[in-house]
Write a protein that binds this ligand. Structure first.
Ligand SMILES: Nc1ncnc2c1ncn2[C@@H]1O[C@H](COP(=O)(O)OP(=O)(O)OP(=O)(O)O)[C@@H](O)[C@H]1O
Ligand SMILES: [Mg+2]
Length: 144
């Protein structure tokens, strides 16, 4: 069954590194309506930061492109976050999601997707080479 959407925030911003911190703070502010624990808030901020950094660094390596982030609050205390770009795209998604795999050279540890998945619990990556990438994360907040 599809979960009802209780609240939504969509934003679109240029792939400048200053916007990584901005996206992270906006996601944290949005998630605050669920009264999260510090740990949950930290997890969401880190996951958003990884996803947006990937779009800045990998999707648009030599130009400034557009990044779209959509935040959704679903019934049952679940948060749904999507980060999309129209950049370079990913040739082999399974390989890209493998821990320590990176095309970024020595500066990168290749742990971004692994962190997103473990901190959020659910990660879906869709991509078309030359057309862009869509990263979708979900996390159930709250303590039963
Ligand atoms: N939005 C994107 N567009 C194009 N390629 C991407 C995108 N996101 C990830 N990738 C590819 O997937 C690889 C793995 O990404 P991941 O975030 O796991 O590691 P990383 O960014 O290389 O290193 P780290 O995140 O640890 O700094 C990247 O090296 C890159 O090749
Ligand atoms: Mg990364």
């Amino acid at each position: 069954m599809k979960k009802k959407i209780l609240n939504t925030l969509k934003l679109s911003f240029p792939s400048r590194s200053a916007n990584e911190a901005l996206a992270r703070s906006i996601a944290a502010a949005f998630v605050s309506q669920l009264d999260p624990t510090m740990e949950e808030l930290c997890d969401v901020k880190t996951a958003v930061s990884e996803a947006v950094t990937n779009a800045v660094v990998h999707a648009y390596p030599d130009r400034v492109g557009t990044i779209e982030m959509t935040l959704r609050l679903l019934e049952g205390g679940e948060i749904d976050i999507s980060v999309r770009d129209k950049g370079r795209g990913i040739e082999n998604i399974d390989l890209a999601r493998t821990p320590t795999y990176t095309t970024g050279g020595a500066d990168r540890s290749g742990m971004g997707f692994t962190i997103m998945e473990s901190f959020m619990g659910y990660l879906r990556v869709l991509s078309t080479p030359g057309r862009g990438t869509s990263v979708r994360m979900r996390k159930k907040l709250g303590h039963e």
